[in-house]
Each structure stands twice: as C-alpha cells, then as structure tokens.
Design a protein around this ligand. Structure first.
Ligand code: DP6
Length: 419
C-alpha cells in the first residue's frame, strides 16, 4: 500500500524591521511591513512530517512528541484547512475536469479529503526561550505543500506565505532564505499581505548572527496579546506605522542590496529601539528587555564607537524581539572579536552551547579562555556579569529557505504515529 507522506524543515527568522501590530487579528494582517534575515537551519530549525491517509479518523498534530490540540477556528486548523483548499482548487479540481487514464501519481488522488497526521520537532532547546512559532508554521506549511505537490513553478513560496501568515505573522517570512520582506498589503482579504525575497542567502553569505540567550525567570507578555494592547493604546505606534517604518523599509532594502553593513546596523538597532519604545508606550507598559539585555546594548554601542574611531564604521547590530535575548548581527570577519568581547562581560558555563568554539578552531576547552576586550574599548560601559547571566551563545549565519527532506528523515513511523 502506498504511503502519502512528506517531510520538510524550515528556518527561524529574526526581524530587523519589526512586525508589531495587526489590523486584522483573524487573518493576521499587520499594521506595518517588516523585514528579516533567515537563519541557518544547520543550527536552528523545525522539522515536520505530514501524512494523508484514508484510514485516519481525525487531523492530529504532535509537537515535540506530545499531542497539540487542533482547536476549531484556531491557527493550526486554519493552516491545515487552507492547504487542503489550495490542493483541491489548483490540483484536484483541475485534474477532475481532464482525467488522465491510469494516472497513478500523487496528483490524481483526492488527498485533500483524507485526514492528516502531522509530527513536528524543534531542534533547539525550549529552555533557550527562542520563539519557535515562525519556523514551526513554516515547516508545517512546507511539509503539506510537498505532500500535496504544491511546489514551484505551480505554487510559489509567496503563495504559501499567505497561509503560514495565518499561523503566526512572522512565519510567513520563514518561507524564503536570505533577506525577506513581509509586505503589509492593502486588501481586506489579505491576498497581498505576503513574503517576498529581498536578496537570497548567496547575496551576502558573510552576514552572521550571534544569539545571546539571556536568563529570564518571569513569564513575559506574548507577542499576540502584547501587540494588540499596543495597537489599542499607543499613540507612538501611529507615528511608527506611518512615518518611521516605510522610510526604514526602503533604506534597509538598499543597504542590503549594496551590502552596506554600517547602514544595515544603524537601521536595525534604531528599529529594535523603536519597537521597544512602543512597548513602553503601551498601557500598561510592556518591558521585554532586562538589565542583561541593556548591558549587551551598552557593550555593542561602545564597540561601534571604537569601530567608527578606527575608521571602520559600525560592525555590530543588536536586535531584540518579545523577550530579553539579544541577536547580534555582524560580518564574518568581525564575529570572532565580538564573541571574545561578549565572553569578557558574560562568561559562559563551561561545556554549554559549544558551537561558538568553531571560530576558535573547534577546540573543546572552556570557551571562557577566549574572552578579550579590544584595545581602546572603554571597559567601564558595563560591569562584568556572573556566569549564567547569558546562559548560552549560538553562533549562526544567514541561511536558506525550507528544505524537502528524504523519507528516512520522517518523524512518523509505519503506523503514522511519532517515532
Ligand atoms: C517581536 O509572529 O509571534 O518577533 O502573528 O501573533 O503569531 P503572531 O505574532 P508573532 O510576532 C512576532 C513579533 C516580533 C517581531 C517580528 O518577528 O517581526
């Protein structure tokens, strides 16, 4: 008996122009366009296997091995339903009108009528506090797209991004690698609110990222509820939406096209600051940064001051999402110096998150021996923090879009249950 199954992986993306605010909460239509860098799946990814089978009795999803309820009218249900609708509309209805004799390939089947089993897995530790909804929904949509043969040239990643967007707004940007814009669109039905590729990974492969995982004990405000409060109460958001973001979208697009890191860095940091400013302007105010986050900002600011003094322009760009973790974008040539500097202020627990050791030749000794403050750096800008304040460092870089994986990589066993 044939098994109708496909496995895909999808990347994390970190915005440099932030999405914050919806004009339609059901369709997930944003109040402003945004732009992100897709990170390398070799370090952070979600993997999803989807199977359609006439014997299945209901759509079921397992996340990291545990059943995740598919609520009626919820985001998961919407994505699965929309993928089935797309399959029916552009493949099954068309094939029915022109039936081919003895067709045995997947396209001849009414797969959209079968229930699906879906298993999804994130390779990054949940304890790291990294958002997984973007890569998760992108992997879900990508695996269903392969299962249903909704692939280029028939269906573009931009078309799939319309569906991933309805799972989580930022997920639409994980349908492409490289540098990706989510155009806010103007239509009420959301049909023009989609992701486009600004530049592929190969355009600027020297773009690296250092994720500083900051310890956080308290449960923060979720993006979904936080941004709605901002829309309802912040007057500053209106200025951000109308004036600030449109100008920055244009300017950072040009900076990326010209591989102008100095401009890229200035805009990235300004937009992170603007996003956290509208959070503070929310009633009641929302705080995502903590003292460690702010200390990282001080270190990056001083590092850039020194770089400008050396005539080299800005060399590091911090950005923060709805939590205290810092992502520092930098070019490959400078990443070692930046990791050494971060280690000098935020020593690591020996033996954890070893992947930053790569820049030091891969030795397995305690990473803290590499701590170093550059000559001319004013070391008074921050105090040295205790071990564990930054509980992990992940060194990664710009990456590619969703990948189709081989059958051996499937997360479901022969019975359609997670392995
Ligand atoms: C701060 O995409 O998680 O990371 O659409 O409600 O699921 P929902 O929100 P989500 O918000 C992400 C907000 C952000 C900025 C960004 O990624 O652009």
């Amino acid at each position: 008996m044939s098994v109708y199954q496909a496995t895909a992986s999808a990347p994390v993306n970190i915005a440099v122009i932030k999405y914050w605010g919806k004009r339609d909460t059901k369709l997930i239509l944003p109040t402003n366009s945004s732009l992100s860098v897709t990170l390398d799946q070799d370090h952070l990814r979600s993997t999803t296997t989807s199977r359609a089978d006439p014997a299945f009795t209901q759509d079921t999803l397992w996340l990291n091995g545990k059943i995740d309820e598919i609520k009626a009218g919820g985001r998961l249900e919407t994505c699965i339903r929309e993928m089935k609708r797309l399959r029916k509309e552009i493949i099954e209805d068309k094939d029915a009108s022109a039936p081919k004799a003895n067709q045995v390939d997947l396209r001849s089947l009414q797969l959209s009528e079968y229930k699906v089993h879906i298993a999804s897995y994130n390779n990054f530790p949940t304890a790291a506090g990294l958002a997984s909804s973007a890569s998760g929904f992108a992997a879900l949509v990508s695996s269903l797209a392969q299962l249903y043969s909704l692939v280029p040239p028939l269906v573009s990643p931009s078309t799939l991004s319309l569906i991933a967007r309805q799972g989580s707004g930022s997920a639409c940007r994980s349908l492409y690698g490289g540098f990706v814009a989510w155009e806010q669109g103007v239509r009420p039905d959301g049909s023009d609110s989609l992701a486009i590729e600004v530049a592929p990974q190969a355009h600027w492969p020297e773009m690296h990222a250092l994720i500083c995982v900051v310890s956080d004990t308290k449960k923060g405000t979720s993006s979904t509820s936080g941004m709605q409060r901002t829309v309802e109460t912040s007057t500053l958001l209106q200025h951000r939406i109308k004036e600030v973001v449109p100008a920055r979208m244009a300017a950072i697009t040009t900076a990326i096209q010209q591989r102008d890191f100095d401009t890229f860095a200035r805009i990235t940091m300004a937009d992170s600051n603007s996003f956290h400013a509208v959070c503070l302007d929310t009633e009641p105010p929302i705080f995502y940064l903590n003292d460690v986050s702010r200390a990282i900002i001080s270190v990056v600011v001083e590092y850039n001051r020194l770089s400008v003094e050396r005539g080299e322009g800005y060399k590091a760009a911090y950005t923060y999402d709805a939590g205290p973790n810092a992502v520092i974008y930098a070019l490959e040539k400078d990443i070692k110096e930046i990791i050494q500097l971060v280690l000098a202020y935020f020593p690591q627990t020996a033996g954890e998150f070893k992947d930053v050791l790569g820049v030091f030749g891969g030795s397995v000794q305690d990473v803290n021996v590499h701590a170093k403050i550059p000559e001319g750096f004013n070391d008074k800008v921050a105090s040295k923090w205790e071990v564990g304040s930054v509980k992990g460092l992940i060194h990664t870089k710009v990456g590619d879009g969703p990948r189709a994986l081989a059958p051996e990589e499937a997360l479901l066993n022969a019975d359609g249950i997670p392995k």
